[in-house]
Design a protein around this ligand. Structure first.
Ligand SMILES: NC(=O)c1ccc[n+]([C@@H]2O[C@H](COP(=O)([O-])OP(=O)(O)OC[C@H]3O[C@@H](n4cnc5c(N)ncnc54)[C@H](OP(=O)(O)O)[C@@H]3O)[C@@H](O)[C@H]2O)c1
Length: 215
């Protein structure tokens, strides 16, 4: 599969490495594709890897991962060319975190809207699936948690797209997903992230994931 990863931060590089190590053809996009972190990533990552501009990256991906700074998500899509998203599965990992008052962060959108919905509105012909936004980047691929990896919480409007993302999750070592419904489910998935930060701070451990317990 050809994968385009928009976002060259810890998340973008972690997921790109996951795809490359599982045989996919991955391009990571940046406004500065020659930046040192990406040159290092290219040197150190085995598999079919490349870097490119945001639009080259979005055009490359049959599946697109959106892993930019949350506040820049819509701008990043604009740079990448919204038409390049048409008909594609878009894995939206972004969080609308607001650090303007320092730590812990708040949200710059919520309750009656979400960044996932904003992203879906920006690329109406794409199939946006909110996924990975509730776990730390160190365990997004091959997750290892005491008691085992939980099912990932996902949301999106397109059932086939969610099936595809669930298959990717399993390829990455997750047991599966709990589908919380349409992309408006991103309101809840994003709202638990400021709480996630508080829990991590309380535990002194950033390798934390939510697990749903049921009988
Ligand atoms: N860190 C985690 O463990 C974690 C876990 C779950 C979800 N998330 C979410 O995942 C996303 C990525 O997080 P991160 O920690 O990897 O990195 P980040 O620092 O939040 O984002 C870095 C990326 O955002 C891009 N960016 C910043 N401003 C931009 C702009 N104005 N236009 C276009 N692109 C812009 C940068 O692009 P350039 O390369 O072009 O500079 C860079 O690739 C965030 O939304 C975060 O909330 C993070």
């Amino acid at each position: 599969m050809k994968v385009g990863v928009l976002g060259s931060g810890d998340v973008g590089r972690a997921l790109a490495t996951g795809f490359a190590s599982r045989g996919h053809d991955v391009k990571v996009g940046s406004r500065d594709p020659k930046k040192p972190e990406l040159a290092k990533w290219l040197r150190e990552t085995r598999g079919k890897t490349s870097t490119g501009s945001p639009s080259e990256t979005a055009a490359h991906g049959e599946v697109i991962v959106l892993a930019t700074l949350g506040a820049a998500a819509e701008e990043a899509i604009e740079l990448a060319g919204p038409k390049n998203f048409d008909g594609k599965v878009v894995i939206d990992v972004t969080n609308p975190l607001d650090f303007s008052k320092g730590m812990p962060p708040g949200l710059f959108v919520g309750t009656t809207d979400s960044l996932g919905e904003r992203v879906q509105r920006k690329v109406p012909k794409a199939k946006v699936v909110k996924c990975f936004n509730t776990v730390g980047n160190a365990h997004m691929v091959a997750p290892k948690f005491l008691g085992g990896a939980p099912e990932m919480l996902i949301a999106g409007n397109d059932a086939e797209a969610k099936k595809k993302v669930t298959a990717i999750l399993k390829e990455f070592g997750w047991p599966g997903a709990i589908d919380v419904g349409g992309i408006d489910g991103a309101r809840g998935l994003e709202a638990i992230v400021p709480l996630w930060v508080r829990v991590c701070t309380a535990l002194g451990n950033w390798n934390v994931a939510w697990k749903v317990l049921h009988d």
